[in-house]
Unconditional design. Structure first.
Ligand code: HEC
Length: 123
């Protein structure tokens, strides 16, 4: 009888230990993972006007224009990840970060968010 009790308590301790390890690793994840900040429309507007509009709101430039729905039709399937990669590392005739290497990843996210909202609202 004693043996069974011992076995039972051993299992319980083991379970508790597993739960503690599980919780610790969850806690570890939530504190070490970089938190993805939500994109900010207002900041994106400023960044776009400061760094991107020189090409994307400038009819003299070959870049797709923010106010021209047609310019974006073929590119729309690439919202999000692909665009971000293209802006970060450059794409065909667009230099990386539009030539402004001082921009942070968050700046790019904000600018892309601003563009996406604008483009979605085009007639
Ligand atoms: C020097 C001019 C220039 C600047 C500055 C510039 N771009 Fe571009 N961008 C381009 C050109 C040109 C293209 C089209 C590339 C192509 O398809 O040949 C483009 C394409 C894009 C695309 C579409 C990418 C795709 O996969 O089709 C996005 C999104 C974009 N730019 C965002 C930005 C953002 C955000 C900024 C500001 C941080 C920026 N661009 C600054 C010239 C520029």
């Amino acid at each position: 009888m004693k043996k069974i009790e011992w076995k039972f308590s051993m299992n319980l301790n083991l379970k508790l230990a597993l739960i503690v390890v599980g919780l610790l690793s969850l806690w570890g994840c939530s504190t070490t993972k970089p938190v993805d900040q939500k994109p900010d429309f207002g900041k994106g507007n400023k960044i776009f006007n400061g760094y991107c509009a020189e090409c994307h709101l400038n009819a003299d430039n070959e870049a797709p224009q923010l106010d021209e729905s047609d310019d974006w039709d073929v590119r729309k399937p690439q919202w999000g990840g692909v665009w971000k990669d293209h802006v970060k590392s450059g794409f065909l005739s667009m230099p990386a970060k539009g030539g402004h290497s001082e921009l942070t990843e968050q700046d790019i996210n904000d600018a892309l968010y601003f563009m996406e909202v604008k483009i979605r609202s085009l007639p």
